[in-house]
Structure formats: C-alpha cells, structure tokens
Design a protein around this ligand. Structure first.
Ligand code: MTE
Ligand code: MO
Length: 441
C-alpha cells in the first residue's frame, strides 16, 4: 500500500542500509517501529562483508555546498526553499537562493565526457556533446519561473495531512536560462511531418539514479517541444553563468510554463515517443485528485499528469504573525504572482480586511532602477510578476487578515479556500493566500 511499494520490495531479503542512505527522510523512529514487525534478523559477519561495497559510501557525500539561509525541507535528498521574506527582493532569483528540489543524490557529471542522446527518431540515435550543444545550435535566453507542484503544500497539511515535503510559499523562483532550443535539436535529429503522425510525447531522463539504477524521468506533450512559441530550452546556463550542480549541470531542460517536475536536470536522454514517460514521477505522482479520494481508493491512471500549472500568487511581506504599528497608518503588502502555460498575470487584488474590500496592486516593472524586459509576446509570459500595494490600516482593527488573489489573461482566478482543492498528494495548492498581522496601538 506504500506509494513507493515497488522500491520497498527491491530491498526485501537484503540489507536495508543502502535504502536508508538513499531515502534518509524515512530513517525515523516511527518508521523503524512500523518495520520492526517485519524484521527477519541480522546478517552474519560473512554476508555483511559481501555487502560492504554496496553500503560503503553515503550517496549524498558529493552533493554541492548550499547557502545557509535556505530553509531545509529534507537534507538527503536535498530540498530547500529561500525564506519567503527575501524571495521577492529580486525579480531574478540569485541561483544560490533558488529553491532546490532533488529526489536523489546530485550526480557528478564530467562535462568533457558528457553525452546527450536523442532517441526515437528515424535514422537512429543522435549523440551530442556539451560542445555540440553550444556550437551547433543558436543560443537562446528566456526568463522563466519554475514552480514545484508541491509549492504551498503546508497550507493543505493544515486542512488534513497529505504526503509530501512540507513546502511553504517559496518552492518557486525565477531565473534567466540560456541554451539550445529543444525544437532545433529535434529537427536536427530527424523530427518532421512523418514523425508528427505518431509521436505525441517527448520523454526526458536524468543522470541521477536510485539504488536500483532507476533514473529520474518525465515527459511533455510533443507540441510544446516542437512549437516555435514553446521556448523549451536545453539550458547550460542559469543567470548568465554555468548551470550550478543543484540545478542540473551540465544540461537541464527548461519547459517554461510547465510544472517543475518536467524540467529534468542532469539531462542524459531525450526520447520521442507515442507514449508518456513510464517513470514513477509521470505515472504515479504529480497528479491531482478530488478531496474525497484517499490512499485506499486512488487510481493514478484515472488522472492526467500535471503539465501547465494554475494561476498562483502569495504574500511575501508582511509575514504571517508580524506586527504593524497603528502610527504608521498604512501597511505595504508585497508578493509574487504567476500562471502556467504562458498566461500572463494581468491583475493582483489585495484585501486587508479579510476580503470585504479590495485594492489593485501595482505590478513591478523594475528592480532598483533596472527595468525588466518588455512585455512578452501573447501566450509566452513565462516569468512571474512581483507586486506591491500600500493600504491604509482600517480604523479600530486589532488584527488584519491580508489576502491576495491574482487573475491571468484567460481570467482564471484562484479559489478562495484550500479545503475544496485539497488532494492526498498536496499538489496544486493555489487558494487565496492569507496572512494575519497584529496592529500595535
Ligand atoms: N530532474 C532530475 N533529474 N531529478 C530531480 O529530482 N526534480 C524535479 C525537476 N527536475 C528533479 C528534476 C522537480 S520535482 C522540480 S520542482 C524541479 O526539478 C526543481 O528544480 P530546481 O531544483 O532547479 O529548483
Ligand atoms: Mo517539484
């Protein structure tokens, strides 16, 4: 009944240590207690010796250094978000502060021997070195926001417990990405009208592996990959520098407007196919369900894999529980807003009285005098909008419930509460964001 049941069975009959090392989040007292019922015994010294090389090293020992300000959600694998109060200080999130979401140890890839293989097209596989990718295809740069499907999961956990990392509001960040267009690479590898007749998906495989040798993988619809307006990149730079190890060095796919999970890092293989990726993360995770669906009744085949994400916004200042001074007379509210599929955020509404009255926030167009890029072409708004509004403190109020909600150019809006969109995996959490602050007289 465990969602990763197939992995548990692979551990049966052998030492558990390599599994504890990899899925270190589960190495906790209450899990050991559940498992004690199934304990077979201790391995003999002789058998133990045979296993020595298997369990010798911590697979996470070569993970890169990380910025100490990050709020760690899990250490092994490394998952962390920046503190919400600094998230919107910069339109472009510095790479060190960009949220990090790893399912497995960070693989060490030698850029000189790195090869990307493109498969499934007539004429056989095409193999590209990093140098090929940089020199044989034009370099494109886009600014795109990545958001994890689990962003704001903590709010779902408050309604009813869900499975997954307890992300706050900062499993989202914005960067500029440079690399070759996936479209250009697929055309060079043999994609054409004949392939279009049967090919429906492009699958991606990472070079990060679990103890069984299974790699991280996912897929996207082929139209997104081959469209001129899709802007899907095989990125080798982030914010004008070599892609950092945590973000997929040497190459990751950036699928703008699409859930983080499809933006495969440490990209090793691309497969054009009639089928979606059969990886766990495409088939049995990152899907939405009705609030009434539980782990006994869930059928992952019944729901589509998340691709484009719904409209989202959140308040980064003031923080929940903060104090504002009555003598200031006003409160300045700041945050971010973003929508999937290239839909542009056109408005953010803010209330400081629990939703009775609303003010329209200003969408920021510059940072410290530096003006952002001009408006994106329609349908290609890949980057978030930062916003701000200053509102009078209502007379007599001892406490303010501050709310934000955004609208995109398809007039999609956020739901007002969490409970009706609650789902067992805690994904797609995009209700109105609410913080409560106290007014100091
Ligand atoms: N790619 C690989 N190879 N392995 C992973 O664990 N995690 C995915 C995606 N790509 C992942 C991956 C998920 S769920 C998210 S949200 C994003 O990467 C996070 O990207 P970031 O760490 O650069 O923020
Ligand atoms: Mo994610």
């Amino acid at each position: 009944m465990h969602p990763g049941g197939n992995k548990i069975l692979l551990a049966a009959g052998g030492p558990l240590e390599p599994f504890w090392a990899l899925y270190a989040v589960h190495n906790q007292e209450h899990v050991l207690e559940i498992l004690s019922e199934y304990k077979v015994g201790e391995l003999s010294a002789e058998d133990l010796k045979k296993q020595q090389d298997v369990k010798s090293s911590d697979p996470y020992s070569s993970d890169p250094e990380r910025h100490p300000v990050l709020r760690i959600n899990s250490l092994k694998p490394f998952n962390a978000e920046p503190p919400a109060e600094i998230l919107t200080d910069n339109y472009i999130t510095p790479s060190a502060l960009f949220f990090k979401r790893n399912h497995l140890p960070v693989p060490q890839v030698d850029p000189a021997s790195y090869r990307l293989s493109v498969e499934g097209l007539p004429g056989g596989a095409m193999t590209l070195s990093l140098e090929d990718l940089k020199t044989k295809f034009p370099k494109h740069t886009i600014t795109a926001t990545l958001q994890c499907a689990g962003n704001r999961r903590a709010e779902m956990n408050k309604v009813k417990l869900v499975k997954g990392l307890n992300w706050g509001i900062a499993a989202i960040s914005n960067a500029s990405w440079s690399g070759a267009k996936l479209r250009d690479v697929l055309l060079a590898a043999g994609y054409g009208p004949d392939v279009a007749k049967w090919a429906h998906h492009v699958q991606f495989e990472g070079l990060d592996k679990d103890v069984t040798g299974t790699t991280y993988g996912s897929s996207i619809p082929i139209n997104k990959a081959v469209s001129e307006e899709g802007d899907v990149l095989l990125a080798y730079e982030m914010n004008g520098e070599t892609l950092p190890a945590d973000h997929g060095f040497p190459v990751r796919v950036v699928v703008p407007g699409t859930v983080g999970a499809r933006n495969v890092k440490w990209l090793g293989k691309i497969v054009v196919s009639a089928e979606e990726s059969n990886s766990h993360w495409q088939q049995n995770d990152y899907k939405g369900f009705s609030p009434g669906t539980d782990w006994d009744t869930v059928d992952f085949k019944s729901a589509p894999a998340v691709q484009e994400l719904p409209i989202q916004s959140a308040i980064t200042a003031p923080a929940d529980g903060a104090m504002v001074d009555r003598s200031e007379e006003e409160v300045t509210v700041q945050g971010y807003a973003w929508s999937g599929g290239g839909r542009e955020v056109v408005r953010v509404d803010v209330s400081v009285d629990g939703g009775k009255t609303w003010q329209v926030a200003q969408l920021r167009t510059s940072d410290k005098g530096q003006v952002y890029e001009p408006s994106p072409p329609p349908g290609r708004a890949w980057a978030w909008k930062l916003w701000e509004v200053t509102v009078p403190i209502p007379p007599g109020a001892k406490e303010l419930e501050i709310i934000c909600k955004a609208v995109d150019n398809s007039y999609n809006v956020q739901p007002d509460t969490v409970a009706p969109i609650w789902n067992l995996r805690g994904v797609l959490s995009n209700a109105w964001h609410r913080v409560t602050v106290k007014v100091r007289e």
